[in-house]
Design a protein around this ligand. Structure first.
Ligand code: NAD
Length: 493
């Protein structure tokens, strides 16, 4: 492990600024120190990105694709190191980093390096004006500020960085100051494989110092943000200059289980949906909505599986329970559960882990609550922890009504052997991603994002790539007679 990490600005590692200790959420041990940028340093990165844009925006698509593929290869060769860093900074299990987070990140960079699903120049007819044609082109937006959260630091950063670079933008990536290491490595590896200096800069530090400087800078043309709804709302109102925003925000996603579901598979899917990463996933299926006729059976099975999850040191391959990444977050989870219980919720099952996990870390026991009043904060607001709230329904309509009874709309799951029914229900849920008989699977080809307070815009897929472009329409008169419909308005014959 390196003793010190600097910011990556203009292709160089920059050590100017306050050095801050980074401690492991798993056991409180010192991981390394990281230099935090201040607003002036952030402005240097913005200038570097603005300068690099002049040349980078003129490079060809094949050149940019090739560099992305080289970056994926380079990261593949360092996959173990990336996995270790990701687990050290977040406290997530090494099994999750090794099997999921890092391989998916690399696979998704390869998708961006090869996909044909990219907006490309096309021609149109103008039916109103015979003899004319339109050429539609897609230009980069410019300098992109990519602001990422701490729960899946690398993969969520790459969902912004890779399509932005692919389409000819330059980027200042601002990871969460809790989890900057893999984002810093990403920028260094980009330079290593040949991305010109300034094309990808990573600047770490607090939201107010670094993030707000990006949002307030008129030189930043777009902010691609992933984080909480409250922060996202604040950013949009504090922005300066005219800029584009995409917002990937919070969720309170329903996981609906019908009585005709394959219960063995559904119970695993529900467990995976909420307890992966100790519930610190935006799309976590945090509301189980189960049909009354199977409720007791299903909850008993679920409690049995929760009990089987292994708590221990997250850096050991056999551990299933991730740490909570920040102490503040751990307290928030505890407070929300306590207040839910005060409002009448029943703690149906809670796995006891305190004797099994390393001392000095932040953990919360995987918990399952029933009888939660539907208007309680616990039933309505994002906990962002390993806390599942079980609600029940009688009819299909009621299931959909409960699922949509939220200010959020990020994701949902539907479990039924009747695909016809599951697809019908999925089509009525106000959310950006709905899994049928699955949960959490992210394909780079599939656009993701939120309805309602869960966000604006999409990431991944054709729609996600298009977010990083702006459209140019060239109106060509190839010999059409427009005298009558246009010039004749001022100069009648
Ligand atoms: P957060 O909103 O606290 O922070 C997100 C990022 O914004 C961090 O880098 C932070 O430093 C920065 N930031 C904070 N204040 C800022 C400001 N004033 N100006 C500019 N930047 C600022 O979120 P978090 O706690 O890091 O992450 C958890 C949240 O993210 C949860 O609500 C979760 O649902 C959400 N999330 C959403 C998605 C999605 O795809 N929809 C994915 C992951 C996480």
């Amino acid at each position: 492990m390196r003793e010190r990490y600097g910011n990556v600005i203009g292709g160089h590692e920059d050590f100017e600024g306050d050095e801050v200790a980074l401690r492991s959420p798993a056991d409180g041990s010192l991981v390394t120190t990281v230099v935090h940028a201040d607003p002036a340093k952030t402005k240097e990165a913005i200038d570097a990105a603005e300068d690099a844009f002049k040349k980078w925006s003129k490079t060809s698509l094949p050149e940019r694709r090739e560099l992305l593929l080289k970056l994926a290869d380079r990261m593949q060769s360092r996959a173990e190191e990336y996995s270790m860093l990701e687990s050290l900074e977040t406290g997530k299990t090494i099994r999750q980093s090794t099997i999921m987070d890092i391989p998916i990140t690399i696979e998704h960079i390869r998708y961006f390096g090869t996909t044909k699903d990219i907006p490309s120049t096309r021609e149109i007819e103008h039916p109103e004006y015979p003899g004319t044609r339109g050429i539609i082109q897609y230009a980069p937006v410019g300098v992109v500020g990519a602001i990422a959260p701490w729960n899946l630091p690398l993969v969520l950063a790459v969902w912004k960085v890779a399509p932005a670079l692919l389409t000819g933008n330059t980027v200042i990536l601002k990871p969460s100051h809790y989890t900057p290491l893999t984002a810093l490595e990403l920028a260094k590896d980009a330079k290593e494989v040949g991305f010109p200096g300034g094309v990808l800069n990573t600047v770490t530090g607090g939201g107010a110092a670094v993030g707000q400087t990006l949002v307030s800078s008129p030189k930043v043309n777009m902010i691609s943000f992933t984080g909480s709804t409250a922060t996202g709302e604040g950013l949009m109102s504090s922005s300066a200059g005219v800029k584009k925003f995409t917002m990937e925000l919070g969720g309170k996603s329903p996981n609906i289980v019908f009585e005709d579901a394959d219960l063995e598979k559904a119970v695993k899917g529900v467990l995976f949906g909420i307890y992966l990463n100790s519930g610190q996933v935006c799309e976590s299926g945090s509301r189980l909505i189960v049909q009354s006729s199977i409720k007791e059976r299903f909850l008993a099975k679920l409690a049995g599986l929760i009990e089987r999850m292994r708590a221990g040191n997250p850096l050991q391959m056999e551990t299933d329970v991730s740490a909570i990444t920040t102490e503040e977050q751990r307290k928030k989870i505890e407070t929300m559960v306590e207040s839910g219980i005060k409002q009448g919720a029943r703690l149906y099952y809670q796995k006891q882990i305190s004797q099994l996990v390393p001392k000095g870390g932040f953990y919360y026991s995987p918990s399952l609550l029933t009888e939660v009043p539907r208007d309680a904060q616990l039933a309505r607001e994002e906990v962002f922890g390993p806390v599942l709230v079980a609600l029940e329904f009688e009819s299909e309509d009621e299931a959909t009504e409960i699922a949509n009874d939220t200010e959020y709309g990020l994701a949902a799951g539907v479990w039924s052997k009747s695909l016809e029914r599951a697809k019908r229900v999925a089509g009525k849920i106000d959310a950006g991603t709905i899994w049928v008989n699955a949960y959490h699977l992210a394909s780079a080809a599939a656009p993701r994002g939120g309805f309602k307070k869960s966000g604006i815009g999409r990431e991944l897929g054709l729609e996600g790539i298009a977010e990083f472009t702006q459209t140019r329409h060239i109106f060509v008169n190839e010999g059409g007679d427009i005298d009558e419909v246009a010039y004749g308005l001022l100069l009648p014959e």
